[in-house]
Design a protein around this ligand. Structure first.
Ligand code: PLP
Length: 394
């Protein structure tokens, strides 16, 4: 048996543990008295166009083709629709022959990392980061180097990045809007990152690629802009997913877009096809490929998340908790009032508040609160947060 796989399978993630605890607690005290902020599952319905298009597809399309295999990289008409959208929405060069349909961002990342990395390579990312990055990177034979972000803003600490990039660096992996901090990298940050990667690529005589993990691209508030990274750094690979933008996480649909202007783009795209094949993906779900082709530019109602953010962040700050204002995604990353975030989460459980320690995101002393829940639950949970704050005399 493969011991690494055994270890991965037998160790339940902290988030899953909390979720299971919540179910048990709900039986004891009633569902309405448990405030589960553990999971990043969208709480907003998919836009109506999703159900309408599904019905249309099932009614009108040739059923054998609709549910049949597509080509491994995805149906050409679907890839064309995505390339058109990238061109018009982001003003970026795009080509269907550089798009590869996937089963969501997790698949986009595992395939991209396998396509890019060789044994001994390093992939740099910034803490806090999505917990699975380490697993995905190590599965690709590389190691993840997680750099602390600026503690006041959770933006990139460029001094640390400057020192960390070396001849082993295959790629830098960014996630903006970020899970778990909600932070968005603005244009200045992106320009600085591009400049640094260009200089380091010259210094080490190799191309350092930029991987951008973008399941939350459209989930931004107050008109915040998320720069499209291929417009700033040519050697960019976009890992996109519709899990959050269309509230379809269980349907497993997304894509990889290799920027045609990237160094060795054609070969890299072929390596992406090879990695998808080696990992046994065959093709992305056929029905949902066709669905998303007709839903380009559509997003679930993000005003619901924005309202949740405003209510929760406002109330928690009022009680004395500290957190960076999230401009996107649907998480608050709150400073734990005691150094041990696990201990804080245990205390929160007394009030049936289920929070996730930041340690798993590579950031000790913080907790993640996923506010993709009903607004009523947020309102009902506030007295519990207030009592918790009082325990710490905040
Ligand atoms: N990347 C980040 C930052 C995420 O938060 C998630 C899911 O929560 C994923 C990737 C995986 O997304 P998907 O469901 O599209 O595989």
């Amino acid at each position: 048996m493969n011991q690494r796989m055994y270890a991965l399978g037998s160790r339940r993630s902290v988030i899953r543990e909390i979720f299971e605890f919540g179910k048990q607690r709900a039986q004891e005290v009633g569902k309405e008295n448990v405030f589960d902020f553990s999971l990043g599952n969208p709480s907003v319905n998919p836009p109506c166009i999703v159900a309408d298009t599904l019905a249309e597809l099932v009614r009108e399309e040739d059923q054998t083709a609709l549910h049949g295999y597509t080509s491994a990289q995805g149906d050409l008409s679907v890839r064309r629709a995505i390339a058109d959208y990238i061109r018009t929405a982001h003003g970026a060069e795009a080509d269907p022959d550089f798009i590869y349909m996937t089963c969501g961002a997790a698949a986009s990342l595992t395939i991209t990392l396998s396509a890019l990395c060789n044994e001994g390579d390093e992939v740099i990312t910034f803490a806090p980061y999505f917990t699975e990055y380490k697993v995905f990177t190590e599965t690709a034979g590389a190691s993840l180097v997680a750099l602390d972000s600026d503690p006041d803003t959770f933006q990139i600490d460029f001094d640390l990045l400057e020192k960390a990039v070396c001849e082993k660096t295959a790629a830098v992996l960014v996630n903006s809007p970020n899970n778990p901090s909600g932070v968005v990298y603005g244009e200045e940050t992106v320009k600085r990152l591009a400049k640094l990667l260009e200089e380091k690529s010259v210094q080490f005589g190799k191309t350092i690629y930029l991987i951008t993990d973008e399941p939350y691209r459209e989930l931004v508030y107050g008109g915040v802009k998320v720069p499209y990274l291929t417009n700033y750094y040519p050697h960019t690979i976009v890992c996109y997913s519709y899990s959050k933008s269309l509230s379809l996480p269980g349907e497993r649909i997304g894509y990889i877009f290799v920027n045609p202007a990237a160094k060795d783009a054609k070969s890299l795209y072929l390596a992406v096809c090879g990695a998808g094949r080696a990992l046994g993906y065959v093709c992305a779900p056929s029905l949902f490929q066709k669905l998303i082709a007709r839903c380009q530019g559509v997003t679930s109602d993000v005003s619901v998340y924005e309202r949740n953010r405003d209510t929760l962040a406002g109330a928690l700050r009022g009680y004395g908790f500290r957190c960076v204002q999230p401009d996107g995604a649907f998480y608050l990353f709150v400073k734990s009032p005691e150094p041990d975030a696990y201990a804080f989460c245990e205390r929160a459980k007394k009030y049936n508040l289920l929070l996730v320690p930041g340690d798993d995101f590579g950031c000790k002393g913080y907790v993640r609160i996923a506010y993709c829940v009903s607004h009523e639950m947020i309102e009902r949970s506030l007295p519990a947060f207030e009592k918790l704050a009082k325990e710490y005399s905040l």
